[in-house]
Ligand binder design. Structure first.
Ligand code: DX5
Ligand code: ZN
Length: 248
């Protein structure tokens, strides 16, 4: 379904879901990813943390290698590490399909993006909540994805920061002007309450960990609930846009 919102056509039915395995039960990881695939997940989001760029440790390339054997879904790697260039080859070898690299702390972001492209993988750039949208202007034409952090990176199960909504809208406008085919993804605190807000602001890919793997109802039911919230959000999105604009 196509509907008009803020002067642009938004295909809300085409919103993609990227379950983040950070919230999965690692003892049943293959099973949980298979459930997500069967329930129509579009890609699997893998959070890699080095305990330095963010104050937490998570997982490395061996997890990707194992997942590659159990799913055909694209595996997108969110690199929350101090030197992403060091890890690219290893993750490509393990079967990764795309890389999301942070603007923060990378003095040579353009070079990192070119390295990812030279490896024939999709490249995305990530910005933290305190980083302004404007830093994306020059790199946007070189990437296939932009990821806006809607929490501070490092941990799952945090609250969505509503102050990021105006930025999502600004980045959506920028994408429409510079590279309309670029994905606009959001990550952190996405659930049935916040997903419609992010989509109304212009996001077309939603990362969700806790809201998909942390629900007792199971992965498929949780994903259906998330999708239903987006569809229902369409009917109330005008009200929500008014509410959030008032806060700006
Ligand atoms: C946080 C990670 C997220 C995290 C999201 O640093 O980048 O991908 O897994 O988890 P939830 O959906 O639980 O906020
Ligand atoms: Zn992430």
């Amino acid at each position: 379904m196509i509907e008009k919102e803020e002067g642009r056509e938004m295909e809300t039915d085409r919103v993609k879901l990227a379950p983040s395995i950070l919230a999965a039960d690692f003892a049943r990881l293959g099973e949980q990813v298979a459930e997500a695939e069967q329930a129509g997940a579009d890609r699997i989001h893998v959070d890699v943390m080095d305990g330095h760029f963010v104050p937490n440790l998570s997982m490395g390339a061996p997890i990707v290698q194992s997942l590659r054997r159990v799913t055909r879904l694209p595996l997108e790697i969110h690199l929350m590490v101090s030197d992403p260039d060091l890890f690219l080859d290893e993750f490509v070898e393990a079967g990764s399909d795309s890389f999301l690299v942070h603007w923060e702390g990378n003095g040579n972001l353009h070079r990192t993006v070119q390295r990812i492209k030279a490896l024939d993988k999709r490249a995305g750039v990530v910005i933290n909540p305190a980083t302004p949208a404007a830093v994306l202007e020059e790199i946007l034409q070189d990437v296939e994805q932009v990821l806006i952090m809607t929490v501070n990176p490092g941990f799952g199960h945090q609250h969505f920061l509503p102050t990021t909504l105006p930025k999502i809208r600004r980045v959506r406008q920028m994408i429409e002007q510079i590279k309309p085919e670029c994905d606009l993804e959001v990550d952190g605190g996405i659930d049935a309450e916040t997903a419609p807000l992010a989509v109304a602001a212009g996001a077309n890919v939603l990362v969700a960990g806790t809201a998909i793997f942390g629900e007792s109802e199971g992965v498929a039911a949780a994903m259906n609930r998330l999708r239903a919230s987006i569809t229902m959000g369409k009917t109330t999105s005008t009200n929500l846009m008014t509410m959030t604009s008032a806060k700006e």
